[in-house]
Ligand binder design. Sequence first.
Ligand SMILES: [Zn+2]
Ligand SMILES: [Zn+2]
Length: 187
Amino acid sequence: VSLQLDLSEIVSREGMRSAVYVDQAGVEDPDLNFASPLRGALTFVNGGDLISIEGSLATELQAECSRCLTPVRLPLSVAIDERYPIPDILNPTRKPAPDEDFDPTIRSVVYLEKGRPILDLDELMRQLLVAELPIRILCSEECRGLCPGCGALLNEQPCTCSAPVTDGSQAVLRDLLEPRSAADRGA
Ligand SMILES: [Zn+2]
Ligand SMILES: [Zn+2]
């Protein structure tokens, strides 16, 4: 069951505040594999011409290191600070003017049901969490990854390749330098 919030009361009462607590297994997304529940608190405030949504969410994801593929637990927390103009909430599918500074988030999370504006809070949380994902997930900054030649997990075992293939340009440089230094030693 996903969280769908009827906003019709708060949009009609200036100054109204409303708190929503989140504690659920997660939200549906192929990139989000929840290892801990998704928890948080959000405060909705009617500020006259807009609704502000402030709060925070925290969870832990199960991911894998992008270098060595080891499973990694990734703590993720999101600060929420959204402001939605009330006219946009009441008419989420309206077409923006050509030069308008328009926030397309609203139409992706608010829809009308029998004329009542409903916020798809799961979809909003999904978007915020995905935006917070690091570009690269690493088990540690020093992770040495997998040898592209033999597949050895270099954090734990030595490479078993006969010739190192980790970096082509350095290998070539070494080939150029070594005969010369051997010749220097011989001279
Ligand atoms: Zn790693
Ligand atoms: Zn190797």
